[in-house]
Design a protein around this ligand. Structure first.
Ligand SMILES: [Fe+2]
Ligand SMILES: [Fe+2]
Length: 286
């Protein structure tokens, strides 16, 4: 793999006069209809949408909820991401550790005064270490969606991947609200299990000294049907809507800093280590 210095200029990302994101037309990101990685992406979502059920999500929340299975530092977890290539991502075919630095550096350039936000960029996908702890990719990566209620239209591959999910035959889970109350708040919603919720639990368990926005961005960054699709608003409370702009702000960097010019981790590590020391130091419970 060719590793070169960061070549993506995030200042180009938000210029309204050009529609290229790191040399790629904006509409070419998140293309789930065609592309060289489409077979791999489709199969990951087919497995995810077949197997993510209310019962499965409850089981995983219980299994990982206590974060008592492993101990490691943030940098050790980041190094593990060198071994993870996200099989649900149509835009990336390189290890996730580079994506962590790309996202963080994009945020750092656009929001130089918010060091906690830079760290969110680095941390946001760290829950993908689940893939190295024995979880299949369909239970780790990809967009998330609420289980226990009707699947809304903006869920990726909604019409071609849910037919074998047993929850689709349970009338309790197939009304607009399903097992939830109107505007109950996303806190009360069971999201399909994956790296978002896992990392959120790790952050809570280890008392990360980050603002609420950071917890929110990490917990719901893969909930595209909500933050980008505009669905599931009927489950949100006021707090969710207050946090939504932050999740959207984060998403710009998560998505549009993806490019093949890879950053040089060794040059960036000292800065991010200083943020780790400030907000989430030492051995952590996972
Ligand atoms: Fe992610
Ligand atoms: Fe990401």
């Amino acid at each position: 793999m060719k590793v070169v210095n960061m070549g993506c200029d995030p200042s180009e990302i938000y210029r309204p006069d050009i529609d290229l994101q790191n040399g790629k037309p904006k509409e070419n990101f998140r293309n789930y209809k065609e592309g060289p990685l489409m077979d791999r992406v489709f199969n990951t979502y087919l497995l995810m949408h077949t197997n993510q059920t209310v019962a499965f999500v409850r089981k995983k929340n219980e299994e990982y909820g206590g974060c008592g299975l492993h101990q490691m530092t943030i940098m050790e977890a980041l190094d593990l991401l060198d071994k993870v290539v996200d099989e649900s991502d149509p835009d990336v075919d390189f290890p996730n550790s580079y994506h962590a630095y790309q996202t963080a550096e994009g945020i750092r350039k656009a929001h130089p005064d918010k060091d906690w936000f830079h760290l969110v960029g680095l941390l946001h996908d760290m829950g993908k270490v689940l893939a190295l702890l024995g979880e299949p990719q369909w239970a780790v990566v990809g967009d998330t969606f609420p289980v226990g209620c009707e699947v809304q239209d903006s869920v990726v591959l909604r019409d071609s991947t849910f037919h074998n999910n047993p929850d689709m035959k349970n009338p309790l889970y197939n009304s607009k609200y399903g097992i939830y109350q109107p505007n109950c708040g996303l806190e009360k919603v069971l999201m399909s299990w994956g790296h978002d919720e896992y990392m959120y639990k790790v952050m809570k368990r280890n008392n990360f000294a980050l603002p609420q926005e950071a917890f929110y961005m990490i917990r719901f960054h893969s909930f595209y049907p909500w933050h980008t699709g505009g669905d599931y608003m009927h489950l949100c409370n006021e707090e969710d809507l207050r946090m939504l702009p932050w999740v959207r702000e984060f998403n710009k960097f998560d998505l549009y800093t993806k490019c093949e010019n890879l950053p040089e981790p060794q040059e960036l590590k000292p800065y991010y280590q200083s943020l780790i020391d400030k907000y989430c130091p030492g051995q952590l419970q996972w």
